[in-house]
Design a protein around this ligand. Structure first.
Ligand SMILES: [Cu+2]
Length: 476
């Protein structure tokens, strides 16, 4: 049974009238409504001006930060010259506020505003357009909800927000890859592509790491030619919140001589793990605790492009410390990320799902290849899909079985699932919303199905998403 989405989404849009209502949220402090603007801004990319999109708050800064217990009470205004919509990645709003175009709410027209009200979900999260071409133009920003214990702890909060950037338009990049032009910006606008997809093509041959070459890799909107230098104190205690907001780049986070403790992934606490190098796939987050040495100094925190020499990063520096220039290319290529799932196997949830009987189990095949450029789930490419059906409250397991030679970060909306299996071996893994499934491997997730609605389930590689690598968790 194959569903085509477009008509259904159009009809469902009428429920968007619910969005205007401002309802009190039980147990949440009522804050002032915050403003958030989808707008354009200008970045300096190694001396060359670039006009990109962005999400700015009322102070003109990028992103939003809340303390736990405060509602997400936000008025979003579209200041762009075209329709857009923002998804609150890692949050669990009512489905009508989830921010996927026409699922069910329509996009915001230029100049239009919309109010959002829901209970925040704590952790390091982010927000971005659920429209690949917009996300690739950097329409994304941090969305941080500080846990009560984090507000109380004596730690300096530092955010590191990673992007890949190209002076080429997303449309040019999609053309180069051979993705058929969508002719529209909404997911619904992708209709018409599916008939041309090579359903279920199996990957073969060499592993593919990077299918798009970008012009720059950014940390907090800067390259290493003029990096973000964060003022810290000697003996300072840091909570570093890192978000991989790149469209199609897996990074290795390298803290160099500084030892770090990973304490959360995708905003969800884990049993602390020590180390100085951490892989981060697209849309994933990691919280690192770093205790600086007693003497002053400057410490680069780098993000190395997987399988390549390019790098970006920020510098932590005490007052007056000499900040040495870091090259934009490393001497040697960084390795591939987590082919054997060794990193994922280290992560154990602090708050595991309660054990209970499984109501539904699914195996989901991820397939596709570079030539022709085509990626699919269970042999379908959006707007064709085979939904994962379940009922609200049921315990569901999904095994992502990657039959392709490329890794896929798989994101489920509206849920914080737990990783419970790696290549068929059970584990009490991390809570997440985005898990990396390496080539020819399998990862199993479990969750209790949430609100009765259609929730997106897709690969967070923007070109894979654009080519249709998306399906729906349909909760009855
Ligand atoms: Cu993918």
């Amino acid at each position: 049974m194959t569903h085509s989405f477009s008509r259904r989404g159009f009809l469902a849009a009428s429920s968007a009238s619910l969005l205007g209502a401002t309802l009190p949220l039980p147990g949440m402090a009522a804050p002032e409504r915050r403003s958030l603007f989808a707008t354009t801004r200008t970045l300096d990319i190694d001396g060359r001006a670039a006009t990109v999109m962005g999400l700015l708050n009322a102070s003109g800064q990028t992103g939003l930060t809340f303390d736990e217990g405060y509602a997400f009470s936000v008025r979003l205004e579209n200041q762009l010259g075209e329709p857009t919509l923002i998804h609150w990645h890692g949050q669990i709003p009512p489905n009508v506020q989830d921010g996927v175009p026409d699922m069910p709410a329509p996009m915001l027209r230029p100049g239009e505003t919309r109010d959002y009200d829901y209970a925040t979900s704590p952790g390091t999260h982010w927000m971005h357009a659920h429209i690949p071409s917009h996300e690739m133009q950097l329409l994304a920003a941090p969305l941080i909800v500080r846990r009560a214990e984090e507000v109380a702890e004596d730690r300096q909060e530092v955010v590191m927000f990673l992007h890949d950037f190209s002076f080429r338009s997303p449309e040019e990049i999609f053309d180069e890859l051979g993705i058929v032009a969508s002719g529209g910006h909404s997911m619904g606008g992708m209709s018409g592509m599916s008939g041309m997809m090579n359903h279920g093509a199996m990957g073969h041959g060499e592993m593919d790491l990077n299918d798009i070459d970008f012009d720059a890799y950014l940390a907090n909107d800067r390259t290493l030619s003029d990096p973000d230098v964060v003022a810290v104190e000697a003996s300072g205690r840091i909570r570093l919140r890192i978000v991989n907001a790149a469209a199609a780049t897996v990074f290795w986070i390298d803290t160099g001589t500084l030892a770090a403790q990973a304490v959360a992934v995708d905003g969800q606490p884990i049993v602390p793990v020590s180390g100085n190098r951490w892989g981060l796939a697209m849309a994933q987050r990691i919280d690192l605790l770093i205790d600086l040495p007693a003497g002053g100094g400057a410490w680069p925190i780098l993000a190395l492009r997987e399988g390549a020499r390019e790098q970006t990063g920020i510098i932590l520096a005490t007052p007056g410390a000499e900040v040495r220039k870091v090259a934009a290319k490393a001497d040697a290529a960084a390795p591939a990320f987590d082919l054997n799932l060794a990193q994922e196997a280290k992560f154990v949830a602090r708050d595991s799902l309660a054990p209970r009987l499984l109501n539904r189990g699914y195996m989901m095949m991820l397939s596709g290849a570079m030539t022709p450029y085509s990626w699919s789930i269970d042999g379908q490419a959006w707007p064709d899909y085979l939904p994962v059906d379940c009922a609200s409250g049921e315990r569901v397991e999904i095994m992502f079985h990657n039959m392709s030679m490329m890794g896929h970060p798989m994101h489920l909306h509206g849920h914080h699932y737990q990783v419970v299996g790696l290549n068929g071996r059970p584990l009490n893994g991390a809570r997440r919303d985005t898990v990396y499934v390496p080539p020819m491997a399998s990862v199993t997730i479990a969750f209790d199905a949430g609100e009765s609605a259609d929730w997106m389930l897709h690969c967070h590689h923007m070109a894979h998403l654009q080519s249709g690598m998306m399906t729906v968790l349909s909760v009855a």
